[in-house]
Structures are given as structure tokens and as C-alpha cells.
Design a protein around this ligand. Sequence first.
Ligand code: SF4
Length: 451
Amino acid sequence: MPAVKGQLLDKYNLSGPRYTSYPTALQLGEFEPALLVQKCHDSEAGALSLYLHVPFCHSLCYYCGCNKIITRQTHKAEAYLGYLMREISERSQMFTAKAVTQIHFGGGTPTYLSDEQFTRLMAHIRQAFRVKDDAEISVEIDPRQMALHRVPHLYQLGFNRLSIGVQDFNQQVQQAVNRVQDESHIYALVKRAREVGFASVSLDLIYGLPHQTPQSFAETVDKVLQIRPDRLSVFNYAHMPDKFAAQRRIDENALPDSAARTAIFAKASAMLCAQGYLCIGMDHFALQDDELAKAQRDGCLHRNFQGYTTQGECDLLGLGVSAISQINGLIVQNEKDLKSYYRAMDNAGQATAKGYVLSDDDKLRAEVIKQLICHFRLSFASIEQTFNIRFDQYFNPELQRLKQMVTDGLLVMSDKGIKVTETGRGLIRAICMQFDRYLPLSRQQAFSRII
Ligand code: SF4
């Protein structure tokens, strides 16, 4: 992916959503919990994906924008587990007809849970839901808190995908974000995971952190290439100190500017692609035979709250504090604060705090945005057939706005559809924003800058 040139950066580097959903979670509001039951009942999705949120972390990474609780009081995890298992028992009754094909543990730090707690939790999930034998079961790992002997234990419990948070191998960067980790331990974790049989190992990197340069990040990418993970995410750091208090500890003077950030990503991307990785969407890379790469080739890549996924036709059930579900045209989020989550579970046996029902227009725009952000192209005919509209009439104002992007070399447009150019890929969020009905300029403050 070539670097976006200065003038285009200035013009299009606004703040905007990452479109893990459309509409975004900002639209969520008052909602009647009984509607969730109805939507689940009526859902025609053939399978179910579970997301479980474990909010605890041992220490604070200064770049963090996640919903987490920093604590060394490990007994808190036991109390949380009790509530989570109760929520699983309650919610599973709504999904008796559906097989679970995907389970993902995110956080926070899921491996804050002990081996014994994971054993109990997985047994409970398998008892409550019909988990398919070949289900993808993945967990995000903080390598600082993950002893090698835990890897085979997770595998025995059915986990088959590991995602390891690396962010950057550079020591100065690690110190600046308060996440210093032992490089050799990361190598050992990946080696152990492969020895015991994990089907996929993924590494997470972040660019735009303090002290990063194209050269320093290239050294990190070099090390990543030695590990050769099946997948790699290279996220753009969103510096929003007004929104995330932890980020106020980051020295803003040490942050790379937009031009440096785009150069960092362009160099990293070129290095990865030269070594056989395919660029998946806007911030993921995968080896050619990885499921994500195959899904992109087959035109069935999806995007949900966990990012790019192969299983978009599933209902997504989020469990735990702040977890988000996407079910049959409904988006709902659990209480974001732990006390409120516990209180809601105690009082009502469920913890949804807010929700949103997609209108027909939302569904149509969600599909347009998904096609663009997953495949960098859009066929007008396929949208017209699915939604029974005339694309050029329905989206006349949007198509007019896109003309400037065509002139700027971000898109090629014909009467058949839209194709995003190599340059446009770096600004895909700006392109998708043209189809976002909810994005007056005032709202853009709520989102991170595109680059
Ligand atoms: S980045 Fe991850 S490990 Fe660090 S504080 Fe945030 S959730 Fe916890």
C-alpha cells in the first residue's frame, strides 16, 4: 500500500469510525430488553459466534483505549467469573437451536483468568451451548502474563488460535507506553503454540506510538517476519487523551506526525507483502492459505466488533461487562461499568444497557460500507439486487461527493461500481464515511483520526 501523499493527508485525514459496525456504537440508546429475545427467536443466521470479555489487567499500557480494570487483586476475577457463567446460562437458553462455530476471548487480559478458571469456564460454555467440534476458539494473550506451560493447557481446552499483543519490539517505544516485554518469551510462546498444535498464531502490532520511525518499526517487522505468524494486525494508534485518561501519560511530542505514521505503515506493509503476506482490509495481513485470506479471495470477508472475520453470517453474542452483540439487525451493549453489570445481573438476570435496531436504510449502508472496507470494491448491481433500489438514484448525493475522490485518485468509478485504488486504500475510512448517514462534522470528535 503506497503512502498517502501530504496534500491528500491534509484533506482527508479527518476523524472517523473504524466501522466495526454500521451504525457505530454511538447510535446505541434506550432499548427494550425483550426485543433481544424476539430478535434471537426470529434470527435466520445459521450459527453463533461468542465473544467473552475479561476486563482485568495487571498493569496499565498508556496507549490503551479498551474497557479494562487494572488490579492485582486476583480474587476479583473469581467474582466476575461467577457473573459471567450466570450470564452464559441465561443467554444460552435463547440459542438452543444454533451451533457455536466461533468463540473469542478478549479484554482486558483474558489470561488474567487462571488455568483452573479457564477449565471451569470452558466446561460451562460447552454445557450451555452446542459448540461444534471444529469451532474456532481464540484468545488474546498478554505475553508478560503468560507462562509457557499454560499454552498446552489452553490447547487441551479446545483453543486453537492465539493472538499475542506485541505492539512493538523496540525497547524505547515499550518503555514510553509502559509495556515492556521480553522478546525471547514471545518467540518461545509462538514456538510452543505451534508444537502443541495451534492452528493459527496471530500477532498484534500498533503504529503511531511514541518514538516510532519508519526505520525503527521496520526492525520490529523484521523480527515479526522471523516468527512468521499466520495473521498480523497492524493497528493505527488512536491518540484521544480527552477520552482515554491513560493516554495523558503519553508524551505527545514523541508521537510521529501523520506523514511519519503513513510512512511507517507503508514501509511495514511493503515488507510484509514482499514476504508473502496479503493485505486484508485496512489493517490486517495474512499468509495466503490463512482463512482470512481465503475469505477475501472468495468475496466473503466480513467485519464485526472483533475486526475482520470469516464468520459474518453468524449471530454474535457478547458476554461480560461492556460486551456488544450483533443479532438479526439489532446491536446491543452490556453495562460498561463493572458495578452496573453486577447490579443488572443481580436484579434482572441480564445486563444489556443500550441497543439499536437497524432500519432498512442502515442495513443497506452497512452492506455498502462492508463491501468497501473488506474488498475495496463495490458492485452496484449486487446492491441493487439485494436491496431492490437503483444505486445511482438512492445514493446520488454520495456519488456526487465521491467525484472529488475520483479526481484525487482514491477511487475509480464506472456505471457498474466503485474500485478503491492503492492510494485510496490508506484512506478507506474516509471513503466509507461518505455513505455514513450519522456523521455530521460535530460527531467526528468522538472518533480517532484516520491516519
Ligand atoms: S492494552 Fe491490553 S493489557 Fe494493556 S491495559 Fe489495555 S487491555 Fe490491558
